[in-house]
Design a protein around this ligand. Structure first.
Ligand code: IVH
Length: 696
């Protein structure tokens, strides 16, 4: 080969070089497939991987007679795994918000005090909280019926998990029968592996030439998710219980009381748990545990604090999917030094160019890290980070690893500063930075394959369509091979079953499963649907607000089209949603104004059954489905609690009065809003009348 064929443009490749280049690409892509699918440890960015495949495809297109038997274009990543049965959790398994500092914790506690009126008005009333180590394992739910373990399930997406009952029965810490418990009792907790057990397991695995695990958490997960429970039985798993789900009767009135019950029923409860009073007490416990955590026999990644009183927990309720009455306080992230080998650029689904540090692999917090985010051009400039520097990398919990610092050495000044590209590395379109924005974006829009692929990946991701057996890699491969271009194509894959079955890693059975999985997702709740579209700035919480406000797909689309006129009622209604401001409104309007997006929506609407937002209308409350505005001072509860209660009963709470408002609750000091309500002839209630209406 003359020189290095990898640097030669496809159209300039001589045939002999093309042979060698295809061979090299086949080996290289196979290596990355193994790293991604079998080791869960990708070595390169998705964009780089996609670029390798694109190059392979382009060479094959020019020299079709050179396509190799083992060509990556004939293969997709990994076979679809046979799964466990699904279990719908009787009560969803929620997640927790995080705080990382004392100040954030103080804010969280203040939030509780501001929410509950008696605490706001009397700073002397203490808030007791339990403080429990946050075990780094997998959360599970155990359902006991009449004192006998009936089902055990993983968390899954929180709503639906996997049935791992047979495997959980092999865990010695989990009692098969309990006495003195309610007829139905779901106990939730964490399956984990002790450090010593992990070390012994890995030593045995290594001896046997079997897979060794990166950390105890992965070992616990890998052991629990075995289809053969005989294998799980041989793995040293442990369990701590800490919460409940569905119960037929709640015979405790505090978290601490519940932990005591758990102990009485024979569940292991973490012995480091304490009942604390106020910020200082919590911090003292946190610091003590953090100082000694290396000596604990298991990994923990922080503390979990929960309001002890159950009645307060109930009143505090939830903000989207996390409780207002509990929080995880993470331990400081581990930091390590390593060398920066290169800076690559990833293109995201909204076209943002993200610089990625390609690092000499290092272990941080039990995970091998070879890439870390550098965020944007400003961050690179602020750190003055240059290829070849030694850098400090930090990884906090599930947060993406970050480069936080450069360790200055003698060579630094001589190294060239990084030049942020002026064009998209994937499609070559101009990359621009809007004034006042940190992000540099590819202007290629729909022609940029990176954006298209990332959007499709988002569309099928866990919180969106969550299509089983169709992972990000498959989406990338299907896209490159022309099987899918737009989201709707995904739901037409059934028509190409024969073609897919021919692909390596697929067979008739796995294709059948994929088609079943697709059919299962043809019915989708509006909020998930909106989230799946990947509109800029529209995350899960915003998608939910939109679904709740507009109810069904057609109404939402009509409203977004009408909101293009900033003087319209539709625009006013949109920006009047608590949590949606002009910036988000602009992105929503822009999305709906784009003809291509409208086509995608039409297409999807024809293929899918988008379920209208299910307002908790059958709450039976007279305020279900109504729009309420609070104004003036409330006496019985804080504004926050009033809003949360109204929403729990199925009402919408708006910030300003319009013709669409059903009730205005006016306390002392109400001003222009009450006046406007009276002018419009709306129902204006006093707080007492309101409380009577909602039943206390
Ligand atoms: S309570 C609604 N308590 O942390 C409250 N979670 O970040 C639900 N975890 O999914 C969780 N130790 O897997 C709770 N003592 C503890 C915990 C704990 C570990 C995990 C659990 C949860 C995750 C949330």
């Amino acid at each position: 080969m003359s020189g290095d064929a990898r640097d030669v443009a496809v159209e300039d490749l001589a045939e002999l070089d093309a042979v060698l280049e295809l061979k090299r690409l086949a080996a290289e892509i196979a290596k990355h497939d193994r790293a991604y699918h079998q080791k869960d440890a990708p070595l390169i960015s998705d964009a780089e991987y996609d670029a390798l495949r694109a190059r392979n495809d382009a060479i094959e297109a020019r020299f079709p007679h050179l396509v190799r038997a083992d060509s990556p274009s004939r293969r997709v990543g990994a076979p679809v795994a046979e799964g466990f049965a699904k279990v719908t959790h009787a009560r969803p398994m929620l997640s927790l918000g995080n705080v990382f500092s004392d100040a954030e914790l103080a804010d969280f506690l203040d939030g509780i005090r501001r929410f509950l009126k008696e605490l706001r008005d009397d700073p002397a009333i203490p808030v007791e909280m339990t403080s429990e180590p946050k075990i780094d394992g997998l959360s599970i739910s155990l359902r006991y019926q009449d004192g006998r373990l009936a089902t055990g399930a993983t968390r899954g997406d929180g709503a639906v998990g996997e049935d791992v009952t047979a495997n959980l029965r092999t865990v010695a810490d989990i009692p098969e029968t309990i006495s003195g418990a309610p007829a139905v009792l779901e106990v939730r907790g964490e399956v984990y592996m002790r450090k010593a057990d992990f070390a012994a397991l890995n030593a045995a695995q290594a001896d046997a030439g079997a897979k060794v695990f990166a950390n105890p958490r992965n070992a616990a997960a890998g052991s629990l998710r075995q289809l053969d429970s005989n294998i799980t039985a041989r793995r040293p798993l442990s369990f701590f219980a800490y919460a409940w789900g569905d119960v037929s009767e709640t015979a405790w009135d505090s978290q601490w009381g519940f932990l005591e019950r758990l102990r009485g029923w024979g569940f292991p409860v973490n012995p480091e748990s304490r009942l604390c009073r106020g910020l200082d007490d919590l911090l003292a416990h946190y610091n003590a545990i953090n100082a000694g955590r290396m000596d604990l026999p298991y990994d923990i990644d922080g503390m979990v604090y929960k309001v002890n009183r159950l009645d307060w927990q109930q009143r505090l309720g939830f903000v989207s999917r996390a409780p207002r009455w509990a929080i995880a306080h993470k331990f400081p992230a581990e930091r390590v030094q390593t060398r920066l080998n290169a800076i690559s650029i990833q293109v995201g689904r909204t076209g943002t160019l993200t610089p990625v540090a390609e690092l000499e692999p290092v272990t941080v917090g039990g995970v091998v890290v070879s890439r870390a985010t550098l965020h944007n051009a400003d961050q690179i400039a602020a750190l003055d980070v240059r290829v070849g520097d030694t850098v400090v990398v930090q990884r906090a919990g599930d947060v993406i690893p970050q480069v936080v610092e450069v360790v200055r050495d003698d060579g630094h000044d001589a190294r060239p500063a990084f030049e942020f590209p002026g064009e998209c590395p994937i499609c070559g379109s101009k990359a621009m930075r809007e004034p006042g924005e940190a992000a540099t974006r590819c202007t290629g829009g729909l022609i940029c394959p990176a954006q298209a692929v990332e959007r499709l990946k988002h569309f099928v991701s866990r919180d969106a369509f969550d299509i089983e057996g169709l992972g990000g890699k498959h989406v990338g491969n299907f896209y490159h091979d022309g099987l899918i271009r737009t989201p709707a194509d995904i739901f037409r894959l059934g028509g190409r079953a024969a073609e897919i079955a021919e692909r390596e890693g697929w067979g008739e059975k796995s294709v059948e499963k994929l088609i079943d999985a697709l059919d299962e997702r043809r019915r989708i709740p509006l909020e998930r649907f909106i989230y799946a579209l990947g509109i800029r700035q529209v995350g899960q919480a915003t998608a939910r607000l939109l679904a709740k406000t507009y109810g069904d797909l057609a109404a939402w689309r009509a409203a977004m089209a009408a909101a293009a006129d900033p003087d319209s009622d539709a625009y006013a209604e949109l920006t009047n949603i608590d949590g949606i401001g002009p910036a988000v409104a602009e992105d929503l309007v822009a999305f709906h104004a784009e003809p291509h997006n409208r086509e995608v929506l039409d297409d999807l609407a024809a293929l899918l059954d988008v379920i209208p937002f299910e307002a908790p209308a059958d709450t039976g409350s007279p305020i279900a489905g109504k729009t309420v505005v609070f104004t003036g001072t409330l006496e019985a509860m804080t504004r926050g609690e009033a809003k949360a209660r109204a929403e729990a009963l199925g009402a919408k709470v708006a910030g300003s009065v319009s013709r669409k408002t059903d009730y205005v609750v006016a306390g002392p000091g109400a001003g222009s809003k009450e006046k406007k309500a009276r002018e419009l002839g709306l129902t204006v209630l006093t707080e007492d009348e309101w409380l009577e209406l909602i039943g206390g």
